[in-house]
Design a protein. Structure first.
Length: 77
């Protein structure tokens, strides 16, 4: 999943939003949910990893579609 995240970061670096967003990858196996309580409810519902959150809200599960994430972020900004 780290590879998908890295691809998203690279994609975002080539967009107009590169200076407007802050992204973070949380590896649940390594990092756990400490400091990410908003994710627990989503995980408890059984959503498939990876889960993409924007402003602590789940927007995509089961994969990362760079273009869809970009378009969703544009709506928030």
């Amino acid at each position: 999943m780290g590879d998908l995240y890295n691809e998203l970061v690279k994609f975002m670096e080539d967009t107009t939003l590169k200076d407007s967003v802050e992204m973070q990858f949380v590896d649940l196996m390594e990092d756990g949910l400490t400091g990410h309580d908003y994710a627990k409810e989503t995980l408890d519902k059984g959503y498939q990893l990876p889960i993409t959150f924007i402003n602590d809200q789940p927007v995509y599960t089961g994969g990362i579609d760079n273009r869809k994430v970009f378009l969703a972020l544009k709506k928030f900004l």
